[in-house]
Design a protein around this ligand. Structure first.
Ligand SMILES: [Zn+2]
Length: 439
């Protein structure tokens, strides 16, 4: 071994004091190879922080991070220039309610077919495709809230993306989700057949704690459970439901998840399910069609996020019929009340509940504006608010120095026409350009 190599090895094992006094070695130079510098000229920048766009902004990206954002500056020497001067640049979008392992779920038959006739490897291949679709639509971050019978395959999709093997958004995943025995499909098959279940059946306080530990052991970032089912209207005009877990069980799930540093998402559609989830202390309410004034007040007071998933509700309602159509109207009223009460609303679509190839997740932004949000509020619900929900406020959600270089661009002005967000022309994630159709 030459003395030079010896020095490199010493440095390699972390002799930090040596780094400050030693001359540069080839090993060091390699480690310190300057990250690629990119300067993006944005005609209009919605950074997620400011109330109004910044005109003619220059965003400098180094490696996977944003290093500076300035109005009217000149690009630094040696930087590659990306000209988005005719476009609006925004933070990458986040959808905090997706199912990459599902491809449409309008009827029970759609669902059963996927679980009975498609293998988990096949579904994982489609999931990688779906992740690519999300990224292409400008969603640089997703929270995937259960695999619908595909066990822990979401962890694999997340890992493959994180390692750069396949393109896709940053992911937090919930793995299998939970209900008590018999309260989630597949149901209705002969008792002689052993059929897969869409979620993990979990019973009793000890069973709940063990299931949380098991899911966390296999990679769950979130624990999701089904708070209710059998949604129905009663004479009071409120959407009611049957609550799945006993309060003791639900509290055990939440307590164990929090003890292990994980957060909890609860599927709740009826008011009874929402009330039970809020009693249990969950972090996010998924769907929430049956929110009443009192429950919205409670969610606001406790700082619980609401993820409305309007896109899926409106999409499946005609096919499912019955109360599902009425529930869409009900949720619109609840949404408008939630805005007045300052409930934290994070954008979630339930993509996978609809076919990833048929709808653009950005449709959800359009609903929020149609339901009463300003375009800027809607944009924040799909950028800044999800970053906070995911615990990534210090890393993402806005375009500012120090944050991940996750950004998108559209041709027009989304503050004037929110449907622009359905026509994303440029996508950068972690400083890498995945799409550039800006001309
Ligand atoms: Zn869902």
């Amino acid at each position: 071994m030459t003395s030079r190599k010896k020095l490199a090895v010493l440095i390699g094992v972390g002799a930090a004091w040596m780094l400050s006094v030693s001359p540069a070695t080839p090993a060091q130079e390699k480690d310190k190879a300057p990250a690629k510098k990119i300067a993006i000229r944005a005609g209009r920048l919605i950074d997620g922080k400011s109330d109004t766009p910044i005109l003619n902004a220059l965003i400098v990206v180094e490696g996977d991070k944003i290093v500076s954002v300035t109005a009217g500056a000149t690009p630094p020497a040696g930087a590659e220039l990306i000209d988005l001067s005719k476009a609006t640049v925004l933070p990458g979008f986040a959808d905090v309610h997706t199912h990459v392992l599902l491809n449409g779920d309008i009827t029970a038959e759609d669902y059963d077919t996927q679980l009975l006739k498609e293998s988990t490897p096949y579904r994982a291949i489609l999931a990688a495709r779906n992740a690519r679709i999300a990224l292409d639509h400008g969603f640089t971050t997703i929270r995937d809230v259960e695999t619908e019978g595909a066990m822990y395959a979401d962890v694999d999709v997340k890992t493959a993306i994180a390692k750069g093997e396949v393109p896709g958004p940053r992911m937090q995943v919930a793995t299998r989700a939970m209900t008590p025995t018999g309260m989630y499909p597949l149901l209705g098959y002969s008792w002689e057949l052993k059929v897969p279940t869409g979620v993990q059946y979990v019973d009793g306080v000890e069973g709940a704690r063990k299931a949380v530990r098991e899911q966390v052991m296999y990679g769950a970032d979130w624990i999701k459970y089904y708070s209710d089912r059998r949604y129905h209207f009663e004479a009071d005009g409120v959407l009611h439901s049957m609550v799945n877990f006993t309060d003791e069980e639900a509290k055990a799930i939440v307590d164990e998840a929090h003890r292990l540093g994980k957060k909890v998402a609860a599927h709740c559609i009826g008011s009874d399910g929402i009330a039970a989830a809020l009693r249990a202390g969950v972090d996010t309410i998924e769907h929430g069609d049956g929110f009443t004034d009192a429950l919205l007040d409670e969610a606001a007071r406790k700082g619980v996020y609401w993820v409305p998933t309007i896109t899926v509700g409106a999409y499946v309602a005609p096919g499912r019929g019955g109360n599902w159509v009425k529930m869409v109207d009900l949720e619109k009223i609840a949404f408008q009340k939630a805005l007045k009460k300052n409930v934290k609303i994070a954008l979630g679509t339930d993509a996978g509940g609809f076919d990833w190839k048929q709808l653009n997740e950005a449709e959800e932004f359009v609903y929020y504006v149609n339901y009463g949000m300003t375009p800027m509020q809607a944009i924040r619900s799909g950028t800044v608010v999800p970053a906070e929900l995911l615990g990534w406020s210090d890393k993402g959600g806005t375009i500012e120095a120090g944050k991940w270089a996750d950004l998108v661009a559209v041709s027009g002005d989304p503050l004037k026409d929110i449907t622009e967000l359905k026509r994303v022309k440029f996508v950068m994630k972690a400083g890498a350009v995945y799409k550039n159709e800006v001309h």
